[in-house]
Every structure is written in C-alpha cells, then in structure tokens.
Ligand binder design. Structure first.
Ligand code: F6R
Length: 234
C-alpha cells in the first residue's frame, strides 16, 4: 500500500485525477471504476478540466460504478446515476452506452447483482478503481462484517451510513434503507485501486486502515490484500 500525504483537498484531487488520466493515456479503452460521495467530486472536476484543456479523451473508456441505492430511479436527483451524470459524464466525451451502474430500480435486485457481477467480470475488472471510505471503514456500501469474499450484493445500510448520507436528502427518512454494491472481492478484482481519504472526520478511519488489523470488522483493511493500492490522504 503506497500512501501519499497531500497538503490540500485540491492537491489530493489533482493527484488522483492525474493517476486516472495517465491510466487512460496509457490505455484509451481502460475500465474506470468510479465512486460517488463528496470525496471524489474534486477529482471529477479536475478530470473534466483535463478533458477541456488537455484533450484528455474518454471516448473509448468504460466506467463501472461501485454502488447504487435501491428503489431510486436513474432520474432521481439522489440516485448515483444522477450524481454521475451531473458531476462527470455530461461534461466529458465518454459514451453513455459504456457507463455501467447497478440498477437500483430492478424488479429482482438479487438477479441485478448477479448480472452486474458478471458484467464487471466480463470486462476483466476495473483497470483502476476509485474509492472513498466511510467513517466505519466501509468501501462501496460494504459495511463492517461484510465477508472479504463477497461479490455484488444487496445491503441493508446501517444507521451511521444513512445519517452520513442524509445531507443529500430532504430528511433521514427519505434515505433508502437498501443499496446494491460491488462486493469486497469484486473491488479487489480491480487491477489498481486508488483510495481517497479527506477530512478530519476520516482521520480515525485512516489511522485504523494504516495501523490496524486486517479484519472484516473494518472493510477497507481488505485493501492490504491487494498488490497495487495507492492511498491519497488529506
Ligand atoms: C460511494 C461509496 C461510499 C463512499 C463513502 C465516503 O460510491 O461507495 O463508500 O465512498 O461513503 O463518502 P464521502 O466521500 O461522501 O465521505
């Protein structure tokens, strides 16, 4: 695990975008694994800037997102489909037919998870997977206790995670109770992983990741089992 300390959130975002951009320059048809939430917003802004000012092209890129809420349509402003279009996709030249996000509105969520897992597998896993981390160590929506060998699955969100995400919703009651997420094994099938940790509220999670034990009680600790992880910390 390679750790890069950054002085500012902007520096973290620029470094993350640079690493993702270099992956695309080296492999124009790269598979980018993407995350939502507050942390990667600066990285998306910086990738958009590289597209606009340095001709970085996403034309042949495929994207696979980590997760989606259950029960929200892709037009719902709180869905991760909406987030991705709003913060990133509509500003670049990637092809919508190559944007993959679990369908939280599928009739059969278990079948949707199997379909998504097979899709990620058929793409050979992400060439680079962007990750944020929850205060409880979650990655994707893999909450503490999730087996390290988990594949894409339906999760019941715990209260801490629902509270943390309530800032995007009118009230905590409207935060969905379930979500679909790549499993930890799915995440580990990525060729390279870029974990972004930003803010005082994540300091304890960062400490546990860097100094604590490898345990299913702290999902991000599974990243120690991967050979190519870069952690950017501010
Ligand atoms: C988002 C995701 C989550 C977030 C985590 C941190 O797709 O999978 O694991 O990365 O909850 O969220 P922020 O960045 O909002 O603190």
């Amino acid at each position: 695990m390679k750790v890069m300390e950054c002085q500012t959130y902007e520096e973290l975002s620029q470094k993350a975008a640079r690493i993702a951009a270099d992956t695309i320059i080296e492999k124009p048809d790269a598979v980018l694994g993407l995350a939502t939430g507050g942390t990667p917003e600066g990285t998306y802004r910086e990738l958009i800037r590289l597209h606009q000012t340095e001709n970085l092209s996403f034309q042949n890129v495929t994207t696979v997102n980590l997760d989606e809420y259950a029960g929200l349509s892709s037009n719902d402003p709180n869905s991760y489909h909406f987030y991705m279009n709003d913060r990133f996709f509509q500003h670049i030249d990637s092809k919508p037919s190559r944007h993959y996000i679990p369908n939280g509105n599928a009739d059969d969520l278990e079948a949707e998870c199997r379909r998504y897992e097979q899709l990620v597998e058929s793409l050979g896993g992400a060439d680079i997977q962007l990750l944020g981390i929850g205060r409880n160590g979650h990655i994707g929506f893999n909450e503490p206790g999730t087996p390290f060998n988990s594949r894409t699955h339906v999760v019941t969100l715990n209260e801490q995670t629902r509270k943390a995400n309530a800032r995007y919703f009118p009230s905590i009651d409207s935060v969905p109770k379930k979500a679909l997420t790549m499993g930890i094994q799915t995440i580990l099938s990525s060729k390279r992983i870029l974990l972004l940790i930003s803010g005082k509220s994540k300091a304890e999670a960062a400490r546990k990741l860097l100094e604590g034990a490898i345990t299913e009680d702290f999902p991000a600790s599974a990243l120690h089992l991967h050979a190519d992880v870069t952690v950017l910390i501010k």
